[in-house]
Every structure is written in C-alpha cells, then in structure tokens.
Design a binder for this molecule. Structure first.
Ligand code: KG4
Ligand code: ZN
Length: 339
C-alpha cells in the first residue's frame, strides 16, 4: 500500500506545501512574501500574517496538483523549527488541525534537517544520483551556516558552524547597505555577474577549525562603503557590480576553504550543499570546479530545492513515517532547535 505525506513549511517568509507518495514528489507549491522587500529584511509580524493568508490556498493547490484526494493522506509533516515563532505557529497549528480533522499522524521535522537532506527529494522519472552516506553537507541559508557530517538519514554530526551571522545574512545586509532590497542574495548574485571580483578587497574572516564568522565581513563592507560615500556620494551607484562581485567572492572563498578543510580532515570526498545561499551561481560553479579538480563528488540541488520548500519537509516526513516517529497533539513550535 502507498504512503502519502503532506508536507508543510512556514519557518520564515515562504509558505509551502508538498505531497510525497512513497518517497516520490508529486507536487511542491510555494508562496513567497513580497511585503518584506521594502524593509530590507523579514518583518516577523507581517510574515506570520501572510502565512495565515497563504496556507489554505497553498495546501489546496499542492493536493490538487498531486492529483490525490485529501482522504488519501497518511500523515502531515511540518517544520517545527528553528525559525520565526509567529511563522512556525501558522504551519504547526494548521498541521495539528488537519491531523485532528482527518485523523492522520503528525510528523515533526527540523528545518535544517530538511536543507541537509534536500538531495533526497526524488522527482518522478529522475535518475539523478543520490548522495551516499557518509557525505559532507554545507548548509548555507539566511539563518544558518554549518558543515555537517551526514552518516545516515538520522545520524549526523555538526563539524563546524557560524559563531555569529549566517552567510545569507551577510548577503542580505550588504544588499541593504547598497539599498538593493530583500532578499539580497539573488540581487548580488545577478549584479556580480557583470562585476570585477578583484575590484575591492575584503579580508577573509579568521576563525579556527571548521567554524564560520560573518559579522566582521559585514562591518568591513559597511565601513568601506561609508568612507567612500564621503568622498563620492555616487560611489554605490558607480561601483555596484564590482562591490557585489568582490563581496560575493570573499564569502565563497571562505565557505569553500572550510569545505576543503573538512574534506581533508575527514577524508570524505562526497560533498553536498543546501540552503538558500546554495542557489548562488558562483558558489555552484566554483564547487563543481573544486570537485572536478579534487576528484570529489558534488551534489548541487536544483535551485527551487535550495531555498525554503515543503518538498524537503515531506521527504523527511516520509522517512520518519517509515521509522514510526510521530508527534503528538501537544507539539509546539521551537524558535531554536539544533539538529
Ligand atoms: O534557505 P532560505 O530560503 O531560508 C532560510 O532558511 O534562511 O535562505 C534564504 C537566504 C537569504 O539570505 C537569501 O539572500 C539567500 O538565501 N539567497 C542567496 C541566493 N538566493 C537566496 N544568496 C546568494 N545567492 C543567491 N542566488
Ligand atoms: Zn531555510
């Protein structure tokens, strides 16, 4: 008999629902939130409200596109955390209500676990090779930056993580300083393509082992722009592409230096990336280049599975369902939750 999982993701500013049948993705519907653009970052209260408006139509569309009936669903998997509490609340309580009304099981999923295992999202007819355990996963998003040794679907070890900002936050903050709107990553990625990565120098953060730090980088970007603006008020306008390319370069240099070190220390040459920043064209290109040179196997997910999506939540929900790991009706969202 088939197992059908409905997945719900609402940890930040994307409302998403997906349907997975026997581990294969049937639908993945997303609703982004434009309301945050003018604020240069996600406004939690507005995000929560937008989730409330989006959740029912998004779930409805995911069920219709999957070509299934509500009564075919065996369990509802949802992001319990980490994330914005007001956003998580919407997905968690919708899921609890749905489970109660339809008498189906509830499966809680850690959002970071989702990004780490997004490579296991299987689409009908796809012959993309899946990572083999153990592999290294660089998770780079708006809220997290970490290198994880993934030994199995449910057995992993964090080898290094950021001690302050996340990589995505560095992109977003630099974009905000330049007045480029939110989210900053995609805009910087785009503008950097016409810029010179050697035009400005930003010192590579110095931090021990496999940990990361991005707050100093953000400050050096801010100071450079502030000082140059005093000399020329049109500095940003004139140098936008070069600023983007140079700032993006140091972030990618830093991420890949740590990944190289992790490969060296563990001897594992199967590497994967996930999280919103993994959508970055230059990071994707350079990781593949590094893999080709070093004889690594690189797993680079499709862009729509790097940023927040319910397909990854439903996929993990499926594996947890097989293990018989269910949540009760007393489950509550968690703003912080380590994998
Ligand atoms: O995974 P995600 O959708 O949400 C979190 O879990 O945080 O990641 C969002 C982050 C944002 O900081 C956004 O600027 C960044 O991913 N991002 C990118 C790109 N697309 C999204 N960063 C660099 N280049 C991109 N193309
Ligand atoms: Zn995410």
């Amino acid at each position: 008999m088939s197992i059908i999982i409905l997945g719900i993701e609402s940890s930040c500013d994307d409302t998403s629902a997906a349907v997975v049948k026997d581990g294969v993705l049937l639908s993945n519907v997303m609703a982004g939130q434009k309301v945050h653009e003018e604020y240069g970052g996600v406004v939690p209260e507005l995000a929560s409200r937008a989730h409330q408006q989006n959740i029912v139509p998004v779930v409805d569309a995911a069920i219709r596109r999957a070509g299934i009936d509500k009564k075919d669903i065996d369990a509802i998997a949802f992001t319990r955390g980490p994330g914005l509490l007001g956003s998580l609340f919407v997905g968690v309580f919708f899921s609890k209500g749905f489970a109660l009304a339809r008498d189906v099981r509830l499966v809680e999923v850690n959002h970071l676990h989702g990004h780490m295992l997004a490579h296991f999202i299987r689409e009908p007819g796809s012959d993309r090779p899946l990572p083999r355990f153990p592999f290294l996963n660089l998770t780079v998003s708006g809220g997290h930056t970490q290198i994880v040794l993934v030994k199995d679907y449910f057995d992993f070890q964090v080898l290094g993580e950021t001690i302050d900002d996340a990589a995505g936050e560095a992109f977003d903050k630099a974009a905000k300083i330049m007045g480029l709107g939110y989210p900053g990553g995609p805009v910087i990625d785009h503008l950097a393509q016409q810029g010179n990565p050697g035009a400005f120098h930003f010192p590579m953060p110095r931090i021990r082992g496999l940990n990361f730090s991005f707050s100093g980088l953000k400050t050096s970007f801010l100071y450079l722009v502030r000082d140059e603006l005093q000399k020329d008020p049109r500095f940003i306008e004139k140098n936008k592409a070069d600023l983007c390319a140079s700032f993006q370069k140091v972030i990618i240099d830093f991420l890949l230096a740590k990944l190289r070190r992790a490969v060296r220390e563990t001897g594992i040459k199967e590497v994967a990336i996930g999280g919103g920043v993994a959508a970055n064209s230059e990071l994707r290109r350079r990781l593949q280049e590094l893999a080709d040179k070093g004889g690594w196997i690189a797993h680079i997910p499709e862009r729509r599975f790097t940023t927040d999506n319910a397909a990854m939540i439903a996929t993990i929900g499926y594996y947890k369902y097989l293990k018989g790991e269910f949540a009760g009706q007393d489950v509550v969202p968690l703003a912080r939750w380590k994998v």
